[in-house]
Design a protein around this ligand. Structure first.
Ligand SMILES: [Zn+2]
Length: 335
């Protein structure tokens, strides 16, 4: 059901009428009632969050391979943090203020230093709804300037309104969209406490504003949502052609560890990216063929062999929308 196509509801203008329209149709008073009814879930056990060390001073927490819900506090994406002598640099802010507070508690277990900077890999809900917690602590927020258009859009506003119901009470009327303090227009070398962070724009890929964060001294790459592991990627309005190219460019980094936006870390960058890349290529080939032959989406989807991917988490909730978005994209590309 589209209304629960949770985490990163499609921004695409061209699917807005279909996707967001239906989604809004379900997001009125009835959803509020539903959110109130789901109150008992609040007392359900919190999803486990435990910072894992990647290399000394570099950590990450791993979200669940699920759709965002009040039961999991929207803990469905990863975040990283790097402890430097001058403070902590956080990569992504997680999907609710409560998760951001829990991340702060994890950080406090390893250092008493303040949060210096938060770098956002992109502005999807599951990576940014915790941002206000860091902002209120005085952290400096860095993101790609291409996100500004989204931040001021109706789509972002409506997405938040819907999340306040679907993810209540973790996302509520006090949850707000926070702009960056520094909007990047190109690559940036950020040095904090002698630790170097190479920030590279790699959009438009998963989103227009994708960034990756590479630590050359530690050879760790925070790949954001260019890399999904252990679940079906969320494609949304992605520019999948450029996404595939951008993943090729990530392979040129000298990495020991890749921390993806979703799923566990990997020390084999090439293998790490295989699932995401193969999936995108397969979507583009199958849906591209159908769009070129002007075969209706429904029959193209039904006749496509999805066996390679259908056992993966979130296949049922994400694959059809991914295929549909790709079908529309391939129609556009064919023009
Ligand atoms: Zn994500």
């Amino acid at each position: 059901m589209l209304a629960v196509f949770g985490e990163e509801i499609v921004k695409a203008t061209f699917v807005r009428s279909l996707c967001v329209g239906l989604w809004l149709g379900c997001a009125g008073a009835s959803n509020l009632a539903l959110a109130e009814k789901s109150l008992p879930q609040v007392s359900a056990p919190k999803p486990l969050m435990q910072a894992k060390q990647v290399v000394p001073n570099v950590y990450y927490v791993q979200g669940m391979s699920e759709l965002g819900s009040s039961a999991n506090q929207n803990f469905i994406s990863n975040a990283g943090f790097v402890v430097t002598p001058a403070g902590v640099v956080v990569i992504d802010a997680l999907g609710s203020p409560e998760l951001a507070r829990r991340l702060l508690a994890e950080i406090a277990k390893v250092t008493k230093k303040p949060i210096h900077t938060v770098v956002l890999t992109h502005y999807h809900a599951d990576h940014i709804y915790g941002l206000q917690v860091f902002k209120d602590l005085g952290a400096r927020i860095v993101a790609h300037g291409a996100a500004r258009e989204y931040l001021t859009s109706d789509t972002a506003r409506l997405r938040l309104e819907s999340s306040r119901q679907e993810l209540w009470p973790w996302v509520d009327e006090k949850t707000r969209l926070v702009p960056a303090d520094e909007w990047l227009t190109g690559p940036k070398v950020l040095t904090v406490g002698g630790v170097r962070f190479d920030i590279h724009p790699v959009g438009p890929s998963h989103t227009a504003e994708d960034l990756v964060v590479y630590l050359p001294q530690q050879k760790v790459l925070f790949a954001g949502d260019l890399v999904f592991r252990n679940r079906i990627p969320f494609v949304g309005q992605a520019d999948s052609r450029h996404w595939i190219e951008a993943m090729q460019s990530l392979l040129k980094f000298d990495t020991r560890w890749v921390v993806p936006g979703h799923g566990p870390i990997s020390n084999d960058a090439k293998a790490d990216m295989t699932l995401t890349r193969d999936y995108l290529i397969y979507l583009r080939e199958s849906m591209g063929r159908a769009a070129k032959d002007m075969e209706p989406f429904e029959s193209a989807y039904a006749s496509t062999d999805w066996s390679k991917f259908e056992k993966m988490p979130l296949f049922k909730s994400a694959n059809r929308m991914n295929a549909y978005n790709t079908y529309l994209l391939m129609e556009q590309e064919a023009k």
